[in-house]
Design a protein around this ligand. Structure first.
Ligand code: ATP
Ligand code: MG
Length: 293
């Protein structure tokens, strides 16, 4: 590990974090008449790095805001352990003071100047760079400062909403290194599969207004999803075969009634041929169903 990052967990190591940082139960959220999600239940545990994924507009940002207490307009309960200190980071960089220098803005009582400079160096602000005015920095640079500030403020749960979306690759890379090293918990929204693969040890997804929690990394999530869709396909096949069986059974009953009624030999012959064909088809379908089960 880079020595620059040794202080990332200074405020976390040695302090006993609870097993459950956050517990949400049956959370329902609507905007006006429009329901976003219902009965969302989940927890955030010590050392969780949770990727929250889902299509655009399914309610990821909304859920994060509820966790952070920024949106209180919902039903259900959310319990945040009192020892949890949340650091919320979306794309806005408005927690920065544009008139301050980098070093001044990130300094807190909990860290020495040397420690702050060490972390800043890890985020590519070396030497006199730390005296640059924040107002003069690029987006990526501001993003890195904002992260340093978050870490140095002693948070133990990071809530990140596509935080690195607009940053340059180098800034992204450095922040990802910090996040990997961070031993608090993280819940993050990202559309970057590489980043999700690298960081997540759990995956939450919102689909059809429901929240699904997977207790494993992205590969685990993909494997589970594959199994689920295979099961669904088998179920669908099963349905088609069952329908066929019903249809063939009805036809067979119809044919056998006709056979009993008719005395015309030629007609009987025809009905018999059809009867045998349907019976064979029925057997075949029953065999298929047996194999599916
Ligand atoms: N303040 C609001 N008032 C009304 N509707 C809202 C409000 N905020 C969000 N929405 C709607 O609620 C839905 C969920 O929004 P949200 O921003 O949580 O989605 P998201 O999953 O974060 O989407 P994205 O991937 O695009 O960021 C969207 O359809 C959005 O238009
Ligand atoms: Mg969003």
């Amino acid at each position: 590990m880079s020595p620059a990052f040794e202080i990332i967990n200074k405020n976390i190591i040695g302090r006993k974090l609870p097993r459950f940082l956050v517990q949400g139960e049956n959370l329902c959220k609507s905007f006006g008449k429009r329901q976003i999600f219902k009965d969302a239940s989940f927890n955030i545990k010590r050392q969780d790095k949770i990727a929250l994924i889902g299509e655009n507009g399914v309610g990821k940002t909304t859920l994060l805001k509820i966790i952070c207490g920024l949106d209180k307009n919902f039903t259900g309960t959310i319990r945040i352990n009192p020892s949890v200190k949340i650091g919320y980071f979306a794309q806005e960089l408005d927690n920065l003071n544009n008139d301050a220098t980098i070093l001044n803005d990130v300094l807190t009582e909990d860290f020495t100047v040397e420690e702050a400079r060490l972390l800043l160096a890890g985020l590519l602000f070396r030497g006199d760079d730390v005296f640059k005015k924040i107002g003069n920095l690029s987006m990526g640079e501001k993003g890195r400062v904002a992260f340093a500030k978050l870490i140095l403020s002693g948070v133990n749960l990071l809530v990140l909403d596509e935080s690195t979306n607009y940053m340059d690759i180098i800034s992204k890379e450095k922040i990802e290194e910090v996040l990997e090293e961070f031993s608090g918990s993280i819940i993050f929204v990202s559309h970057d599969r590489y980043f999700i693969r690298r960081l997540a040890n759990r995956v939450f997804t919102i689909e059809d207004k429901k929240l699904y929690c997977f207790d494993g990394d992205y590969e685990y999530y993909l494997a589970k999803r594959k199994k689920q869709s295979e099961k669904k396909q088998i179920g669908m096949k099963h349905g088609i075969i069952s329908d066929n069986i019903k249809r063939l059974e009805l036809e067979l009953a119809f044919l056998s009634g006709k056979l009993n009624e008719t005395s015309d030999e030629e007609e009987k012959e025809k009905l018999n041929t059809r009867f045998l064909a349907v019976a064979r088809e029925l057997n075949k379908n029953r065999g298929l169903l047996g194999r599916e089960e």
